[in-house]
Design a protein around this ligand. Structure first.
Ligand code: PMP
Length: 334
């Protein structure tokens, strides 16, 4: 995903990428204090383009800044407009937006808590990434690297320092021929992968691992909400590795790569053709592209600033996943 677009939104202006420089003494660069987000832009069936779950991503951006003491000088509404300005300036309707909050030069040492950040919004052309990665099955391995303790590094903050942990796990997995790693938390429960969450399916139940050491992924939350509407049972709880390996199917989830089936974890193979994951992947792919009218509020079109949830009638998806009715009542609609 290396093809950044030419124009960047930077502290309220649209500027050429090359004109924005960061000094070597930059505090975010030196101390891992760069807060980031990753947001998908899709062509819209009606209005040029749409941005998926824009408000939710920018709320997480603000929350991440607050958690690590990075002062964010813009409101979420203004940053929503800024994302639209970055997309419109570049005229790229299928893209990945990367908001960044970067501290300045300051003096040597950690910046004061609350120091105000520069904010930039980059845009990446994802066409090559989409072709190579979207929809592809992944093979995972259990990592010997554990997810950092949330008592040491706040896992709910999407901040560059946290990616050292991801990087070490990913290097270990790739060195051993796998696509990604499953990281356990300090208590031995399933947390997430290096830059993706995961969920599992057993029968008609979707199991979403709950771990204080995992990022609160927006994709996995969407998949869980769609699962409820598809008449599936959603169970969010701590998940042991043995229980994960005993499931019928597993998916990894992220904004960049969507919902992808896992073919195996180490020696354990999973059913990549499982009908529950097929239905969930289909629903998510369509919601992301604005093709599920009942979930249109998940997409922000040009000129709109709201992606607040509205009531979605049960059954507004194409229909429940075929098969036996769930034994436990499905998650209620919002
Ligand atoms: N975990 C980590 C550590 C990540 O970096 C990401 C990507 N943002 C995810 C999970 C998936 O989050 P989302 O679905 O919000 O993209």
């Amino acid at each position: 995903m290396s093809e950044h677009a030419e124009l960047v939104w930077h502290n309220g202006e649209i500027l050429p990428y090359e004109s924005i420089a960061i000094g070597l003494g930059n505090q975010s660069l030196n101390y891992g204090l760069c807060v980031i987000e990753g947001i998908s832009v899709w062509p819209s069936p009606s209005r040029a383009y749409q941005i998926f779950r824009l408000r939710e991503h920018l709320d997480r951006f603000a929350a991440s800044c607050a958690l690590v003491g990075v002062g964010l000088p813009w409101t979420t509404d203004r940053l929503m407009a800024a994302c639209h300005e970055a997309v419109a300036a570049n005229g790229l309707w299928r893209a990945y937006l990367r908001p960044l909050a970067v501290l300045g030069e300051g003096v040597l040492g950690l910046a004061r808590a609350g120091s105000v950040a520069d904010v930039a919004i980059l845009l990446y052309d994802t066409s090559r990434f989409d072709q190579a990665v979207r929809g592809r099955e992944v093979r995972l391995t259990t990592s010997s690297v554990i997810r950092s303790s949330p008592r040491a590094v706040p896992a709910k903050a999407k901040v560059s320092a946290g990616y050292l942990n991801s990087r070490l796990a990913l290097m270990d997995a790739q060195d051993r021929g796998f696509d990604d790693a499953v990281l356990l938390d300090e208590d031995g429960y399933v947390a997430e992968c290096s830059v993706q969450n995961l969920f599992a399916v057993r029968g008609r139940t979707v199991l979403v691992p709950e771990s204080a050491a995992a990022l609160d992924g927006i994709t996995v939350a969407c998949a869980a909400e769609l699962a409820g509407h598809l008449g599936l049972t959603v169970s969010r709880r701590r998940l042991g590795l043995d229980e994960l390996l005993g499931c019928d199917a597993v998916c990894v989830t992220s904004t960049a790569a969507g919902v992808r089936p896992v073919s195996g974890i180490d020696e354990t193979a999973f059913d990549v053709g499982n009908e529950v994951i097929a239905a969930l992947r289909d629903a998510y792919d369509r919601a992301e592209r604005g093709l599920l009218p009942a979930f249109a509020h998940w997409n922000a079109e040009p000129g709109t600033t709201s992606t607040t949830a509205s009531d979605v009638a049960p059954g507004s998806l194409p229909g429940p996943v075929p098969g036996r009715a769930p034994e436990v009542a499905p998650v209620s609609p919002p």
